[in-house]
Design a protein around this ligand. Structure first.
Ligand SMILES: [Zn+2]
Length: 286
């Protein structure tokens, strides 16, 4: 209760007196970032069940990067994520790599997507495509079907006819930033990274094997300093993660080749429900 009391000081005008629960589907209707009363962006909840107040849009183009899937309106994030992506784009440009394509970050108020992944809810997750090089504005608007698959799914190996040094360099650059907590890639990609890195293995522990993620990788930042309503995940295990745990992904039974059915979804954080029910909601809803 204390937490909520403190927040009501920050967000007084946002909070609703109504106790009616809005539907999680309502996050799709949030068309503009929810303004923060004190100018401080607040990620609330967890990566897979949360929302964000005071998100910022990533400009459509910048040094070394381009936003794609623009028609999905998922290019909003915490200011830390926006500056991380701009910083990474600058490094990509400086190292002479092709333009980095940035896919989903979060919706303007965060929350759960109706389609696609369960996380990306607090503006601290972003997808970066393994296809590289600038797209036409038309393709950037609607990018469905334009990804590049780098894994031979039948063989469960990276396809060496497609994989190249830029893929390795981009993921390594992305992981080396101090604000990055985890990067999710297909297990076959992690194997490739483990085999390719000869010298500095310090960044490999952040690379986490996960289902899918064979045409993009997913960057997750740590909760920003002082973000009191943001729940960090447990730190990644020690070591480079290139051993038995990684190879267990290729065993026939465990972990299962298909994700297990998730348990009933927990309720959204109280503050996120309040945002959806706020008397000021017409300011950000469509
Ligand atoms: Zn993702």
């Amino acid at each position: 209760m204390n937490k909520f009391k403190k927040t009501s000081l920050i967000l007084t005008a946002l909070l609703a007196s109504s106790s009616a629960l809005a539907s999680p589907a309502d996050w799709q209707k949030v068309k503009r970032p929810i303004p923060s009363e004190n100018g401080v962006s607040q990620p609330i909840g967890s990566y897979s069940n949360g929302c964000i107040i005071g998100a910022k849009p990533l400009p459509a183009k910048g040094a070394g990067y381009q936003v794609i899937r623009m028609n999905k309106n998922r290019y909003y994030g915490h200011p830390d994520m926006i500056s991380y992506l701009q910083r990474l784009g600058q490094k990509v440009q400086n190292s002479g790599m092709p333009t980095m394509l940035v896919g989903d970050i979060a919706m303007p108020g965060g929350g759960r997507f109706l389609t696609g992944h369960a996380s990306h809810q607090m503006g601290l997750d972003a997808d970066i495509w393994l296809r590289m090089g600038a797209m036409s504005d038309q393709d950037a608007l609607n990018s469905d079907g334009k990804g590049l698959l780098v894994v031979n799914r039948a063989a469960q190996r990276v396809d060496d006819n497609i994989w190249n040094q830029n893929h390795f360099n981009l993921i390594k650059l992305a992981a080396q930033d101090n604000q990055v907590a985890r990067i999710f890639v297909n297990p076959a990609i992690k194997v490739k990274l483990c085999q390719s890195e000869r010298a500095d293995r310090s960044w490999l522990h952040k690379i986490r094997p996960w289902y899918g993620h064979d045409s993009h990788f997913h960057v997750r930042l740590t909760c920003p300093h002082g973000a009191q309503y943001c729940e960090d995940q447990a730190p990644v295990p020690a070591g480079d993660g290139c051993g038995a745990e990684l190879y267990s992904w290729f065993e026939p039974k465990k972990p299962s080749a298909t994700p297990t059915q998730p348990a009933a979804r927990p309720p959204e954080p109280f503050l996120c429900q309040q945002v959806l029910n706020s008397p000021k909601r017409s300011e950000w809803l469509e």
